[in-house]
Write a protein that binds this ligand. Structure first.
Ligand code: C5P
Length: 231
């Protein structure tokens, strides 16, 4: 069964409430900029103390020595997953891999909020698929274990590479896409081979976030429970 990762893109009190309420559930908690910048160790220590896996979504993008130092600090926090932008380049990725010892490094290709027109604006005459394939191949050749990818590109990537697939930009039937562009339904992400789905706003904005988590966990166990229509 794929893992459920909850993106704690919320304030500290709500995050603590969720972490405490979900004790003993098979969940990975993702800490991103919002919580990490304001609360760093306070929140990461709580996640680890409660026995959950910690996903540090800091999307590192820097020179090799800075990346190395960041990975060392992530090790110190007990991170289980850490994101690195693949465009940091081969040397930085190798430095991260050589330092990571036990942290699963996840390469970021193209953010799920971006589309092909963004590549053109960057002056890149390449299709979105080729861009993602090139970066994925580069990262995996450097020893990166996982890729963060949209559920839309998942079948293509899974047909070419063996990797741990982390899929954000997922929604349940009828939910808004928000700022995400390359969104898929949770059931589709699972069927396409996601190893971990990342869910933020579906849970955080739900009337009853715990009920929503339980609904998603049931879907992960049995994707055929989802509604048939697409988003
Ligand atoms: O609220 P929502 O479910 O759209 O949140 C998705 C989460 O996944 C956010 O924390 C976002 O930073 C993260 N993410 C993403 N696209 C990527 C990498 C990470 O949406 N390519």
């Amino acid at each position: 069964m794929p893992k459920l990762c909850i993106a704690l893109d919320t304030d500290y009190d709500k995050a603590v409430e969720l972490i405490n309420a979900l004790k003993d559930k098979p969940i990975v908690f993702k800490v991103g900029y919002k919580l990490f910048i304001s609360h760093h160790r306070k929140i990461t220590d709580l996640i680890k103390q409660k026995g959950f896996e910690l996903f540090l979504d800091l999307k590192l993008h820097d020179i090799p020595s800075t990346i190395r130092n960041a990975v060392l600090s992530a090790l110190d926090l007990g991170a289980d997953y850490l994101t690195v932008h693949i465009v940091s380049g081969k040397d930085a990725l190798r430095e991260a891999v050589n330092t990571a010892k036990g942290i699963k490094l996840l390469g970021v290709t193209l953010l799920t909020s971006l589309e092909e027109d963004q590549l053109k604006e960057w002056g890149l005459c390449i299709s979105k698929e080729d861009y993602i394939l090139n970066l994925s191949s580069l990262a995996l050749n450097c020893g990166i274990e996982g890729l963060v990818c949209s559920g839309k590109e998942l079948p293509l990537l899974k047909s070419k590479f063996n990797f741990f697939a982390v899929v954000p930009g997922v929604r349940l039937y009828g939910e808004p896409q928000d700022d995400q562009k390359r969104v898929v339904r949770i059931e589709e992400a699972i069927r396409n081979g996601a190893d971990m789905i990342v869910v933020g706003r579906s849970i955080l904005t739900a009337k009853d976030p715990i009920k929503k988590v339980e609904e998603i966990l049931r879907l992960l166990e049995n994707p055929s429970l989802g509604h048939p229509p697409k988003l």
